[in-house]
Structures are given as structure tokens and as C-alpha cells.
Design a protein around this ligand. Structure first.
Ligand SMILES: Cc1cc2nc3c(=O)[nH]c(=O)nc-3n(C[C@H](O)[C@H](O)[C@H](O)COP(=O)(O)OP(=O)(O)OC[C@H]3O[C@@H](n4cnc5c(N)ncnc54)[C@H](O)[C@@H]3O)c2cc1C
Length: 539
């Protein structure tokens, strides 16, 4: 027996399924328990519990007309839908809906690459196109273009971008929603809308000028529930002639402030791609009780303590890897320039050369690249991190990500370390915060990422993770740091932290939702926005 949408009788649901089947064909309607179970969130913190968010069925359209038919039937029968692209959103809800009983609209069979323009640098794709698909397409045609991909290559350009996903090359391309241009959407009414220049019949620059005329509405469809996206354009990066990377190491804790200032300059001036911060002290934590004690004591180490410890072990406190893309001569010059600036700003800064490549790479060369996504090569290596091994005999079943946005400054990082250090201590999560460095996917902000374990066998682990997650979200919000993305189980709480002027952002979105989707059929609860008939569910 499927989990039915709230307020729908078994007979009414069966009638809707019969209409889906008539419109799409039986092979595109998924109803068996075994098949519907494939849409469970593999990282759900409510696995096998009554509150687990599960689908009632799935429909798998092949065309925009199919999507329109699905929306029409859903309106007639008040069936909530939940669209996914490739459905690989692990850590942020997988392919499960925000509202149990929703019918998944699985777009993976709409996987056509409609256009790739080499000289103008864009692609137009359907939602089922994965990073592997577009990469293969570009390689097979020998196009001098790069994609920017997230760590797991099996996801889709559309799904990843619509959840504000991120990658690893140059700033403007790493923000996948920010580097999209033009959408086609089936609205809750069933009408097809094209955004930006696409609104002009016969437009010649749909994938190049994003604003068209009038309000720019694309943002409503990112982490939103205002339609089902059926096409999306993306800007692509020209293949550079060469790549090189180098590392700068700085000796003192407070050097982080000047380090971030300098690296920001290099990045905002387009001289480097993604900078990667870290602390060489991290490697010592396991075997250095003195360091561990320092990190775990209330308030963490003083600047002096940490600096003295690092000096006594001949270690830098922080490091940052810089990545250069472009003509070989230019990037060699940029690396020299970066060294000059950093050495002048930070006494004692040291530098190490790292990788260097000329493109195109042979298949064998590609195999040897340690972090392939920095070169726009999709892969699945990231999953080896959590895999079973001698060092990790009992891997976790999954995780939830706490990912607050903080300012892109060294002061903000040090402040966030102190605040998180306190809350981690309160929650018994160890002293990791004092060496934690930010994730740098976004061009203009940092993220302080923390994973919370998920277990399929021990509900206590999940309860603890959810409670801890709630606490860090609350503390972060008190300091002006908000989540950029959320698993469905946390969406309402996170939206409620975006509360300026009595939650006017949410109320405005609800007003739009009620007008555009009066029956509340599209992705109820996505982004913390519920249709009128479900509002009482909010905290
Ligand atoms: C180990 C690990 C590493 C990861 N690394 C990264 C990373 O580097 N960068 C990153 O961004 N993410 C990362 N993720 C998260 C996630 O795996 C990726 O973001 C993935 O690309 C999302 O899955 P997808 O592309 O299949 O999107 P989907 O799951 O298909 O879609 C995501 C959401 O977008 C909406 N949506 C999708 N399609 C449509 C549509 N057609 N119309 C309307 N709404 C739609 C839905 O709400 C859907 O739930 C990681 C996860 C794990 C477990």
C-alpha cells in the first residue's frame, strides 16, 4: 500500500494513476513498492521511521507534452508532485519529496543535449543530462570547452543548479545556478514559459542574455516550487592552454586575515580559480595529545599557544592552494605575482609548486590527476572517502550537511571557529572547529561545512544528528550566518531563520505560490514554502 498524499483517498489516487498511465503509457508510471522504494532518500535521518519522507509513485516523462499532461492530471486530482532531474541529491534529500505521498516526476529520461556552441560558450540541456553525458558529448566532438562539475559526476546540470549546487574551477562557473542562462518551465497551470530572451519568439540569444525584459524570474525556480524545469542553458568555460597550482603556507594563526585578503584580491581579479584553504596542523591532531588538548579546552588555544606549537613542529598554521588556468606564460607570471604579493603581506610565508598540465590531456594523464573536478573532469572518486577501508571499518550510512554562508574574510573564519568551537564542545563534537577552514565554492562568500552522521540501524544516531543540526543552525543564525541549502527535514527551520521583517520573504513567496499554484501541486514544502492548504504544518 503506497503512502498516499494527505487528504487523498485510495480511490482518488488510483483514478489519478490510471490517468497518468493513459497519458504516458504503463512503462512510465512507477507504482510497485519495490520500484517506488528506489526514490527513498538513501541518507534519510528518518530511515524506516514513521516520519520518513516517501513518495507514493513516480512518473517518468519523455517530453514536455508528457510533463504538461502530468501537471494537468495532478491539478484535476489534487495530487502533489515532486520533480527531480537525476535525483542524486544525497545529503540534501536524495530523490525523496518534502511532502510524503507526493508523486515523483522523474525527469531522467528527458536527457537530450539540445545545443552546444563552442565559440559562444554555452549549452542547452534537458534535466536528465548528467555531467558525464555533457562531458562525453564535448570530448567526442573535440570541442575546446570545459564544464564545471560537482564532486559526484552522476548528477545533472539542471538538478544541481536548481539546488544552488557548486563546483571547482573558476568563480563565475562554480556557482551553477549563477552560470545558467535561460530556462523553459512547465508552470503549475500547465503552460510552458521561457525566461529571459526565451520569452521573445525566435530569440537568437536565449542562452547568452539572461534578463530579457521585465522582472528576472529565474530565481523563483531555484530551491523553489513554482514549476517543472524542462530546459536550461549553461555557460561553459573555454578550455585553457595550461593549468598549474601552488601552495602558500603561513606561520601564524592571525596570518589568516592577510592571507584571505590577498587571495581574495587574486581571485576577484580573475588571476586564480578556486582557492583551497587548509591547516597542516590537521595532520598532527591524531598523534599529538598536546594539540588535541589545546583544541578541546574551553575557548580553544590562544593565538600564541597555537603559533608556538606550530613553530615547535616546524609547521605552518594555515595553507592555501592557488590554481591558475590560462596560457602557460601568463599563469607562470601570475604565480610569480601571487608569490610577490603574499610574501610582501605576510612575513614568513613559504611557497611550494604543485601540479602542472597542458591541455588536452591523454586518457592516461587524466587518470593520474588527483582532483579531477578542478579540471572539469566528472568522476565519482569522492565516494571513496566514506567507503569501508582498514582505516574506516564501519563507515557511516550517510550524512546531512550543515553549510552556513559566512563572509569571505579571515576575521569571519576565526570568529566562526570560536563560535562553532563553543557549540561543538556543548554538543560533544570535539575540538575540530579551531582548525576548520572554509569551503570556497562560492565566488563571494565562504561556507563552514559540517557533516552529521546518518544511520540506517541506529535511530539514536539520527536523533542526535538532527538535534545537533538544529542547534548549529540556531547558533549560526544568531551570528548572521544562514544555510545555503538544506535537506527537506530541515527546510522549514532554516527558512524560519530568514526572518527579516516578520518573515516577509517567506510570506511573499507564499503569496506568489497561492497565485501561481492554487492547488499546491508542485513540490510542496520545497525551500520552506508550503501551499495554503498545508501551511499549518510549519513550525
Ligand atoms: C559525497 C558527496 C559529495 C557531494 N559533492 C557535491 C559538490 O561538490 N557540489 C554540489 O553541488 N553538490 C554535491 N553533493 C550533493 C549532490 O550529490 C549534488 O548536488 C547532485 O548533483 C544533486 O543531485 P542531482 O543533480 O541529481 O539533482 P536532483 O536530485 O535531480 O535535483 C535536486 C533538486 O532540484 C529540484 N529539481 C530537480 N529537477 C527539477 C526540475 N526539472 N524542475 C524543478 N525542480 C527540479 C528538486 O527539488 C530536486 O530535489 C555531494 C553529495 C555527496 C554525498
Amino acid at each position: 500500500m503506497p503512502t498516499l498524499p494527505q487528504g487523498l483517498t485510495a480511490a482518488a489516487f488510483a483514478a489519478a494513476v490510471a490517468k497518468f498511465t493513459a497519458a504516458l503509457g504503463a512503462e512510465r508510471v512507477v507504482t510497485s513498492d519495490e520500484d517506488v522504494a528506489l526514490y527513498r532518500d538513501a541518507y534519510s535521518p528518518l530511515w524506516n521511521e514513521p516520519g520518513e519522507l516517501v513518495a507514493s509513485a513516480a512518473v517518468v516523462p519523455d517530453s514536455v507534452e508528457h510533463v504538461q499532461a502530468i501537471v494537468r492530471i495532478a491539478n484535476e486530482h489534487r495530487v502533489p508532485l515532486y520533480p527531480i532531474a537525476t535525483g542524486k541529491n544525497l545529503g540534501y534529500g536524495g530523490s525523496a519529496p518534502n511532502l510524503s505521498g507526493s508523486v515523483i516526476v522523474d525527469m531522467k529520461r528527458m536527457n537530450r543535449i539540445l545545443e552546444v556552441d563552442e565559440s559562444r560558450g554555452f549549452a542547452l540541456v534537458e534535466p536528465g543530462v548528467s555531467y558525464f553525458d555533457i562531458y562525453r558529448h564535448i570530448q567526442e566532438r573535440g570541442l575546446k570547452l570545459w564544464i564545471d562539475c560537482p564532486d559526484p559526476g552522476w548528477g545533472s546540470l539542471v538538478g544541481n543548479a536548481l539546488d544552488h549546487g557548486v563546483g571547482y574551477t573558476f568563480g563565475p562557473f562554480r556557482d551553477h545556478f549563477g552560470s545558467h542562462c535561460g530556462m523553459e518551465v512547465v508552470l503549475p497551470s500547465g503552460e510552458i514559459m521561457r525566461t529571459g530572451m526565451g520569452a521573445l519568439p525566435g530569440a537568437k540569444s536565449w542562452q547568452e542574455y539572461r534578463y530579457g525584459f521585465g522582472p528576472y524570474v529565474d530565481g523563483l525556480f531555484g530551491q523553489g516550487n513554482f514549476g517543472i524545469v524542462t530546459k536550461m542553458g549553461f555557460w561553459l568555460m573555454p578550455e585553457p592552454e595550461a593549468y598549474r597550482s601552488g601552495v602558500v603556507l603561513v606561520p601564524r594563526r592571525r596570518d589568516l586575515v592577510a592571507l584571505v585578503d590577498q587571495v581574495n584580491y587574486l581571485e576577484h581579479a580573475s588571476l586564480i580559480g578556486q582557492p583551497n584553504y587548509g591547516s597542516p596542523l590537521q595532520r598532527l591532531v591524531a598523534n599529538e595529545p598536546e594539540l588535541r588538548a589545546m583544541l578541546e579546552k574551553p575557548g580553544g588555544p590562544s593565538d600564541d599557544e597555537l603559533d608556538r606549537f606550530a613553530a615547535s613542529r616546524s609547521q605552518a598554521v594555515w595553507q592555501c592552494e592557488l590554481q591558475f588556468y590560462g596560457p602557460e606564460r601568463t599563469i607562470a607570471g601570475n604565480w610569480e605575482y601571487a608569490k610577490e604579493r603574499l610574501a610582501a603581506a605576510i612575513p614568513g610565508a613559504r611557497f611550494e609548486d604543485r601540479e602542472s598540465y597542458r591541455f588536452p590531456l591523454s586518457a592516461q594523464d587524466k587518470e593520474g590527476v588527483p582532483h579531477k573536478v578542478a579540471l572539469g573532469i566528472p568522476n565519482m572518486a569522492i565516494f571513496s572517502i566514506g567507503a569501508r577501508s582498514d582505516f574506516n571499518p564501519n563507515p557511516r550510512d550517510g550524512h546531512l550537511w550543515f553549510a552556513p554562508v559566512i563572509p569571505k574574510s579571515g576575521e569571519a573564519v576565526l570568529d566562526c571557529q570560536r563560535v562553532l568551537g563553543e557549540v561543538y564542545r556543548e554538543l560533544g563534537m570535539g575540538g575540530g572547529a579551531f582548525l576548520q577552514t572554509p569551503a570556497t565554492w562560492h565566488f563571494r562568500t565562504f561556507i563552514m561545512l559540517v557533516g552529521f552522521s546518518v544511520s540506517r540501524t541506529d535511530p539514536a544516531v539520527n536523533q542526535r544528528s538532527l538535534a545537533n543540526f538544529r542547534r548549529v543552525v540556531e547558533v549560526a543564525a544568531e551570528h548572521g550566518w544562514g544555510e545555503y541549502r538544506s535537506p527537506p527535514v530541515m527546510a522549514d527551520e532554516i527558512m524560519s531563520t530568514y526572518s527579516f521583517n516578520d518573515h516577509v520573504l517567506r510570506r511573499f513567496c507564499e503569496t506568489l505560490k497561492d497565485a501561481a499554484d492554487p492547488n499546491g501541486i508542485i513540490a510542496a514544502g520545497r525551500g520552506g514554502i508550503w501551499p495554503r492548504y498545508l501551511r499549518e504544518r510549519q513550525p
